[in-house]
Design a binder for this molecule. Structure first.
Ligand code: NAD
Ligand code: DAU
Length: 333
């Protein structure tokens, strides 16, 4: 049994999954002290933690002094902070290398200095690359195909090396595509939901036959807490969802739930290096006792409803300068 920790440092808690994790932690472990270290990039939004009593330090994980101050007294670190959008990494990989690789190294060094008991690194199924058949297991070789995936694979290897070299008390989770409330509307699912709400088209990349596995962000949060408390140090745990499908099937589901016509699907040029299929073998996580709380049909309907009820959350994001500049770059017009 792991002793009850007094303090957990979360990085990237103003983002999509980090904020869902903090919300889950506040209710599942009410006695814990949570400090959130987040630079508040375009993807970080203080509204994601509205109403929660959590201290947020607005600093960069690449800044060793800021990390030292935030990590003081921390028993656990849960590391979400990252640049996360594949399309942006294709336009410019610099911030991805800086935050995802250098930032992780700065945090690992600080964790050693501070004697942190458990450091959980949140990673992704994209490090395995595209899998035509079967399911990726944690020992599979890494074949990242996008600059984003390569930066996450580099951070996974750094984490591994700190375990072997320094006996750092690390754990890594690799999750599939997350969905749920508070996801920045550049990602496929919130983009299609919010576009369809306005009767605007959704740009479907290529033939739309790429396969993704869908995991509710709250289930991801539950899995992370389980691995944090019960996982074996130095180990990696895949965290898959409860449903996988081709993108075109997902788009049809959303259209039908929202009562919108299929004419809103606009095929566009494919993403460069677009991975065809991700699929995870999650036996290791299931052996720890994990069970999904969300079935996809329920989770998707609730997510659509959340975006319907929370226009005040997403509308300003879609008209903000940074978002428009990114879209102009992406579509060259
Ligand atoms: P997000 O883009 O919504 O949020 C990222 C957060 O990190 C933001 O709050 C941002 O301000 C912060 N951040 C970025 N750079 C920083 C820096 N240098 N210093 C401090 N804070 C910084 O991301 P997300 O989708 O919630 O993903 C969180 C983590 O989960 C990432 O590590 C990602 O690789 C991983 N992951 C995401 C998914 C997914 O489907 N979204 C799936 C598997 C794994
Ligand atoms: O698999 C886990 C990964 O899932 C995470 O590590 C990443 O941080 C996260 O962004 C996500 O990556 P994807 O590239 O799979 O997600 P995205 O929402 O960008 O795209 C999902 C699928 O939809 C993908 O096959 C590309 C396609 N797509 C996406 C967009 C934005 C479109 O067809 N049109 C679009 O406009």
């Amino acid at each position: 049994m792991v002793a009850l920790p007094m303090k957990v440092l979360v990085t990237g808690g103003l983002g999509f999954i980090g904020s869902n994790f903090i919300r889950h932690l506040v209710s599942a472990r009410p006695g814990w002290t949570i400090v959130n270290l987040d630079k508040q990039t375009y993807a970080g939004n203080p509204k994601n933690l509205a109403g929660l009593k959590v201290k947020t330090v607005k600093k960069d994980i690449c800044d060793p002094k800021a990390v030292d101050a935030a990590m003081k007294g921390a028993d656990y670190v849960v590391h979400f902070a990252a640049e996360t959008h594949v399309d942006r990494s294709i336009l410019d990989a610099s911030a991805f290398i800086q935050t995802n690789v250098i930032g992780t190294q700065v945090l690992l060094d600080a964790a050693l200095r501070h004697g942190v008991k458990r450091f959980l690194h949140v990673s992704t199924d994209e490090v395995y690359g595209s899998v035509a058949t079967g399911h990726s297991v944690e020992t599979d070789k890494l074949e990242p195909n996008s600059p984003y995936a390569a930066s996450k694979a580099a951070s996974d290897l750094l984490v591994r090396s700190y375990f072997v070299t320094h006996k750092a008390p690390v754990l890594t989770t690799r999750a599939s595509n997350n969905y749920g409330p508070y996801q920045y509307p550049e990602k496929a699912l919130p983009l299609m939901i919010t576009n369809f709400m306005e009767d605007k088209p959704f740009p479907m990349y290529g033939d739309g036959r790429q396969v993704r596995d869908w995991l509710h962000a709250v289930d991801h949060a539950r899995a992370i807490l389980l691995v944090l408390e019960k996982g074996s140090l130095g180990e990696i745990y895949n965290v898959g969802g409860s449903f996988d499908c081709e993108n075109r099937e997902l788009i049809s589901k959303v259209l039908s739930l929202m009562g919108k016509p299929s004419t809103l699907i606009t095929p566009v040029e494919d993403r460069k290096g677009h991975d065809r299929r991700y699929a995870l073998d999650c036996s290791k996580l299931l052996k720890l006792g994990f069970k999904h709380a969300y079935d996809f049909e329920k989770g998707l309907a609730e997510t659509i409803e959340w975006y319907r009820k929370n226009e005040a959350w997403w509308r300003p994001l879609k008209v903000a300068g940074g978002y428009r500049t990114y879209l102009k770059k992406a579509y060259k017009k």
